[in-house]
Design a protein around this ligand. Structure first.
Ligand code: ADP
Ligand code: MG
Length: 443
């Protein structure tokens, strides 16, 4: 392992980062020791990405200091920094279909002059990390031929090939189904243990954070509002105050870790036909895929419901911010009978159904299957981009469920315009604008 071992890997002192007038990180102090797994968590917009990018030198703090292994980041060259800290950004996806092996080998570039050939050690490291992420048998394949979960592990492998003592991850599990989320974080955690790599992972999901991190740092509006062990930090009060979510805190008997469980939904029964809003439109999603759809439909004045969403999922956060009746499931849990029956009540009440392009895994396949019986009666719109094949994490069963919906008469749409048109045709008059749901008038 390279880099100093005495003292913290990373130390932020009173760091503030601004974007113009906006204060994204506010007076943040934080220190991370070798081998520690720290989850940086907080709602969307709380400053997680900005903190990580500041550590990487992409943002100059307006105030305060950032040190990597005892040296101010500003004094480090790009190469020196690359030898100390590796990073898995949130939006990264490979663009060219290079061989997986070569893709991971790129992670070794900081060790060379630009024209040097790779060494034996480089090849040994690449083989080792491919094994560690479970992709040793795919090394000859093009990265674009990998599935979503495999691709995420390939990106992780490339960062690991840098062999740095500090690893930063920004929401490494968004776009993955829950099984692959758990798998990825499990691998990261065991690497941090066996190699004493310090990990700072921005994780929007507090439950994932509690399950994997030694320590949780909670940001709210750029400030640190909690810092400690999962058991010390997680509370119903914190969840309500920072996330605006009401939940019960329970202890997982197997792991002894705290666990947040949604309160029961009191299902909003269909309102009288004199309701001023058009709908309800029931939106099925997860993992953030439904967020832009929910926002667009709320803006257009539709009354909305959502489900089944996992508590603290980004779509659930959006649904909560719009105060939508939502069928909820506990984090990590496969969608169970209770949540499904709540969802069916919402589907029953819906005048239209919109299925967002979400990642379908074994834990949420029921979300597609449960729409099926309603399709003949309730107009249903399916977002077909990205195609179901690319986001089916359950061996083709997602695709089968999708085809069933299409065969039953659901309409595939390419984007918002297709959906809006379809809904507009369906509800003869354009929807009235709910007075409370709108800030700016329609133009
Ligand atoms: P998180 O990663 O927790 O979602 P971010 O660090 O992305 O939070 O954002 C923190 C705040 O800074 C938010 O209010 C966001 O809107 C703002 N912000 C992020 N990136 C930019 C940018 N490039 N320009 C202006 N404001 C930004
Ligand atoms: Mg972010």
């Amino acid at each position: 392992m390279k880099g100093g071992t005495a003292g913290p890997c990373l130390r932020l002192q009173s760091v503030s980062v601004h974007y113009g007038e906006r204060v994204a990180v506010n007076d943040l102090s934080l220190s991370v020791d070798p081998g520690e797994f720290v989850a940086l968590t907080g709602p969307n917009g709380s400053g997680k990405t900005t903190v990580l990018r500041a550590v990487l030198g992409f943002h100059d703090p307006a105030q305060g200091s950032i040190e990597l292994f005892g040296r101010p980041t500003a004094d480090l060259s790009a190469r020196e920094r690359a030898l100390k800290v590796a990073w898995v950004p949130q939006t990264e996806s490979p663009r060219d279909n290079v061989r997986l092996y070569d893709y991971v080998l790129y992670g070794r570039f900081p060790f060379h002059g630009p024209l040097d050939a790779e060494t034996q050690e480089d090849h040994a490291v690449v083989r080792r990390v491919l094994k560690e992420v479970g992709l040793a048998d795919r090394s000859e394949d093009g990265v674009l031929s990998l599935s979503g979960g495999e691709r995420q592990r390939a990106i992780l492998a490339r960062a690991l090939a840098q062999s740095t003592p500090l690893l930063l991850l920004d929401e490494p599990t968004t776009h993955l189904d829950i099984g692959h989320q758990l798998d990825l974080l499990d691998r990261v955690r065991s690497l941090s243990r066996t190699r004493r790599v310090a990990v700072v992972a921005a994780l929007h999901d507090l439950n994932l954070a509690a399950r994997f991190a030694d320590r949780i740092v909670v940001l709210s509006h750029g400030r640190r509002v909690a810092d400690g062990t999962p058991s010390g930090v997680l509370s119903e009060e914190l969840l309500a105050r920072v996330w605006g979510v009401v939940a019960d805190l329970e202890l997982d008997r197997r792991t002894g870790l705290p666990y947040l469980v949604p309160r029961e939904l009191s299902v909003d029964r269909p309102r009288s036909p004199t309701s001023p809003f058009v709908g309800p439109v029931h939106v099925v999603g997860g993992g953030g895929a439904a967020t832009p759809i929910l926002r667009a439909l709320a803006d257009e004045g539709y009354r909305l419901t959502a489900g089944v969403l996992h508590l603290l999922d980004s779509d659930q956060e959006t649904a909560a911010s719009l105060a939508l009746p939502t069928a909820l499931e506990s984090p990590f849990a496969p969608i169970g009978p209770k949540a499904r029956s709540q969802n069916r009540l919402l589907l029953e009440a819906a005048r239209a159904i919109v299925v967002a392009p979400f990642a379908v895994g074994p834990s949420n396949l029921a979300n597609l299957e449960d729409v099926r019986p309603f399709v003949p009666r309730v107009p249903t719109f399916l977002f077909r981009t990205p195609p179901i094949q690319e986001r089916d994490f359950c061996d083709g069963r997602g695709e089968v469920a999708w085809r069933d919906l299409v065969a039953a008469g659901a309409t595939e749409v390419d984007g918002f315009d297709g959906m809006s048109e379809g809904l507009g045709r369906l509800f003869s008059s354009p929807p009235a604008t709910p007075p409370a749901a709108r800030v700016a008038p329609a133009s």
